[in-house]
Write a protein that binds this ligand. Structure first.
Ligand SMILES: [Zn+2]
Length: 326
């Protein structure tokens, strides 16, 4: 039985740092999984397609100790040992089910190859027909080749999976603010149309865990970039005036020529990256009901997810993956 993600108490989840959230591992909802159990998050609608392998990793249930003992770090970061990351990747792929069971290669290489990119916050998208010989640079992959996984590494940015359920084609995109302002999700749907004839109405989308509107503070220059690109930019930002106890106690220190109460208070600007990417998918014609978004904020849940911001830049990597069964 599937439980729709809408049933998650979103507010409680976004605000609480206590670990009492409901997670989704396939169709099985689990409450606060054991800290040692490898946990994979999946899109509610994407699990309905047996030909599709997909998932978003969490940090629990691994073999790394560079950041915290038992982390499932899936990126070859400078702090972690290569052996630990390889062990983590093998455990992740096994649990994901990306294993070539009946293949003659099975004994030597049981897992599907993983195609990762050298990510540069661009709008470069590659169409993958087989495992590339040289590492590719870019921030999106599309494919319909069976038996391989395309992957995006994140630690606050959003991984976005697009699935053409008619053509059995998939896309995976890396959407931080830079990729989002360059319209990587929109362009991804466009590339799938160009390469596979994908119709937007056949697309299902899962936007994975990343830093959310509760925590993603950005500068005025980022807001201006979005305002110059998107007619709906206003709904992507939230502004909070900073209260300042010093300013309140000693108002004379901050005296200006303005009328009382009209001095500018410093403000914090927050960007809703999930909504920005959802709007892009809607703009290209993906039906609203086909878009699932994870409510999990990386910055709010460092016990479950890696967050670049929450951990001051020294952190592991999550991956979002998708693949087509042959
Ligand atoms: Zn948050």
């Amino acid at each position: 039985m599937c439980f729709p993600t809408e049933h998650i108490p979103f507010c409680a989840l976004a605000r609480s740092r206590r670990y009492t959230v409901i997670l989704y591992d396939g169709c099985v909802p689990t409450r606060a999984p054991e800290k040692t159990k490898l946990t994979i998050l999946r899109g509610r609608q994407l699990v309905q397609h047996p030909w599709l392998v997909h998932g978003f990793s969490t940090r629990v249930g691994g073999f790394s100790s560079a950041y915290r003992k038992g982390d499932l770090n899936l990126g070859f970061t400078k702090d972690d040992s290569r052996a630990a990351v390889e062990r983590n990747r093998a455990a992740f792929l096994r649990q994901l089910g990306a294993v070539s069971l009946r293949d003659s290669r099975a004994r030597n290489q049981p897992f599907w190859p993983v195609v990762t990119l050298r990510q540069i916050h661009s709008d470069i998208i590659h169409c993958i027909e087989s495992v590339p010989r040289e590492p590719l640079t870019g921030d999106g992959c599309i494919t319909r080749a069976p038996g391989l996984l395309i992957a995006i590494q994140t630690a606050d940015c959003l991984p976005v999976i697009l699935v053409d359920v008619r053509q059995r084609a998939i896309g995976l995109f890396h959407a931080g603010w830079r990729g989002t302002v360059k319209r990587i999700a929109e362009k991804g749907a466009g590339e799938m149309f160009r390469c596979f004839g994908t119709r937007p109405r056949d697309l299902k989308a899962a936007i994975g865990p990343g830093i959310q509107g509760c925590c993603y503070q950005v500068g005025e220059e980022v807001r201006m970039k979005f305002y110059s690109q998107f007619a709906y930019a206003e709904k992507l930002f939230r502004e909070v005036k900073e209260s300042d106890p010093v300013r309140e106690k000693y108002p004379l220190l901050f005296l200006t020529a303005r009328a009382p109460g009209h001095s500018e208070l410093p403000k914090k600007i927050f960007l809703d990256l999930v909504e920005a990417n959802r709007q892009q998918l809607l703009a290209v014609g993906v039906p609203r009901k086909n878009i699932d978004t994870s409510p999990l904020c990386t910055n709010c849940h460092p016990e479950l997810l890696f967050s670049y911001r929450a951990e001051g830049g020294k952190t592991g990597r999550l991956i979002g993956v998708a693949g087509v069964r042959g």
